[in-house]
Design a protein around this ligand. Sequence first.
Ligand SMILES: *[C@@H]1O[C@H](CO)[C@@H](O)[C@H](O)[C@H]1NC(C)=O
Ligand SMILES: *[C@@H]1O[C@H](CO)[C@@H](O)[C@H](O)[C@H]1NC(C)=O
Ligand SMILES: *[C@@H]1O[C@H](CO)[C@@H](O)[C@H](O)[C@H]1NC(C)=O
Ligand SMILES: *[C@@H]1O[C@H](CO)[C@@H](O)[C@H](O)[C@H]1NC(C)=O
Length: 556
Amino acid sequence: MARLGLLVAFAVFLEVVSGASLGVVNTEGGMVQGENIRLGFRRHMDVFRGVPFADIPGRFEKPKRHPGWDGILKATEFRKRCLQLKFYMTHTRGSEDCLYLNIWVPHGSTVSTDLPVMVWIYGGGFLTGSSMGSKIVTTYLYSGQEIADRGNVIVVTLGYRVGTLGFLSTGDSSLPGNYGLWDQQAAIAWVHRNIRSFGGDPDNVTIFGESAGAASVSFQTLTPHNKGLFKRAISQSGVALCPWAINKNPRKFAEEVALKVNCPTDENMAACLKIADPVKLTLAGPISLSSSPDSPIVENLLLSPVIDGDFLPDAPHNLFHNAADIDYIAGINDMDGHLFTSLDVPSINLPLVGTSVDVVKRLLASYTKDKGQAGSDIAFSTYNSTWGSNPSRETIKRTVVEIGTDYIFLVPTQAALYLHAANATTGRTYSYSFSQPSYLGGIGRPYPKWMGADHADDLQYVFGLPFSMHLSYLPRYRDVSGYLIAYWTNFARTGDPNKGELSVPVTWPEFTITGQKFLDINSKTNNDSVGQKMREPYVHFWTSVLPSLPKPSKNE
Ligand SMILES: *[C@@H]1O[C@H](CO)[C@@H](O)[C@H](O)[C@H]1NC(C)=O
Ligand SMILES: *[C@@H]1O[C@H](CO)[C@@H](O)[C@H](O)[C@H]1NC(C)=O
Ligand SMILES: *[C@@H]1O[C@H](CO)[C@@H](O)[C@H](O)[C@H]1NC(C)=O
Ligand SMILES: *[C@@H]1O[C@H](CO)[C@@H](O)[C@H](O)[C@H]1NC(C)=O
């Protein structure tokens, strides 16, 4: 008995000391060393935190290659996030020295080679966000550990400039904008050049992101600057066609920022902005939170990418030929618009207060204002078509959320899926709706009992928090998390979410321009979860009926 115990102890000892690890890794900039952690019997992971993928960026300039370093760079601590506003927008945090990425590499009994690679791009309205956690809190939202371990893939999370420093643009060559997109592109290119040394397959790279990160993913597939650098992409709640993804008149906001930092708005504006204090510049670019049905919050997102003639040579809808060989998953949360419409129309969350029909009309009038009264009338008759003669309080509130979800996310996503599928040569296309009800919904909770999945609700499941924070989640949340990780990592491995190392609850059919099938993903996903032509009458209204209306004459 004692001998057996000794043997077991010896075996465990061997397993611990001989755990598979990359050790010191040689990159183009120099050597890096991460941390090796043991995850279980014959399961280890190398974690690299804060690996530089570019030099400290010049202000309002494209990122440049890192000059390199001597000796071994210890990549065991997260770096600072990119300089950005704090929650109340009166203070900042972070640094301009922020172009770093983190890498999670899983190993079995031997060191991994040729693993698929998934590169994460965070959201935050192009204004905030970070992939840098804290070392003390080992579980943080964007830890790549669960995806890497369960899916047997390498996960990379990158940093990119946000806010004024990432996206301010004068609309001409003096300050062209899109610096944050160039940062993402530099990180993707670094991964392509270096990931083989980390056990990754540079020909099997998938980029994925959520919200502004999802729109960024879409932009990275549409730009001509990424040829051959990645094979697949996943957009969770955001595409380049979203109404908030492009600022068509960036000059106006640049002038407002200039005035706030005491710069002129004439031909000296750009030169002055370039030498302005970075903290002041960041503070000069807050998002206005004042919103109403007549001035919806989504219109306040002004620090967005621009059509600069370089990263984006043309409007996004004219660039889908660049994504012809990219495998693409895009989808939405079924109540993505809730977060936004509840700022415009707070009464939708108040159980004792009704929401008037007038509010529905005003919100629609704002979203369709380019087409005047005719646009908003047809919009209203589209959305009230299922109301009957006496719509309930709940019906009206749900309609507000549906309008927001359709306009801000769902319809542009369907349009992008369509263009992607129509232009695809080898690239596949998959569409989903994520509908796990928000746990903030229900009697006695902040949101109504009819809540579905709000904006950003998918993140915790994609990153496997129900596994890493086991006690905080009921088993059904581990189910939905497992499904998402299976579909996502299978897709990264094979280009087909159904084929790979993990089994899935149901076969997810491809989206084709004729079939337009999609998968509804939640903890109950089964054979009945495949749908077709998502919200078709509404997609038809926004993509065909509304655009074909004439512009109203000036005096209307
Ligand atoms: C990606 O990985 C899969 C599975 O390991 C492999 O079959 C394939 O050849 C790799 N490369 C590409 C470009 O898909
Ligand atoms: C391909 O995409 C372009 C825009 O990039 C679009 O105009 C065109 O209609 C698409 N092709 C097809 C066959 O739909
Ligand atoms: C629906 O909208 C149309 C067009 O504005 C209007 O004529 C009709 O009365 C509305 N129906 C309901 C139930 O509100
Ligand atoms: C559900 O799909 C699986 C294969 O994905 C099949 O084996 C099973 O028979 C189906 N069940 C029903 C009820 O259709």
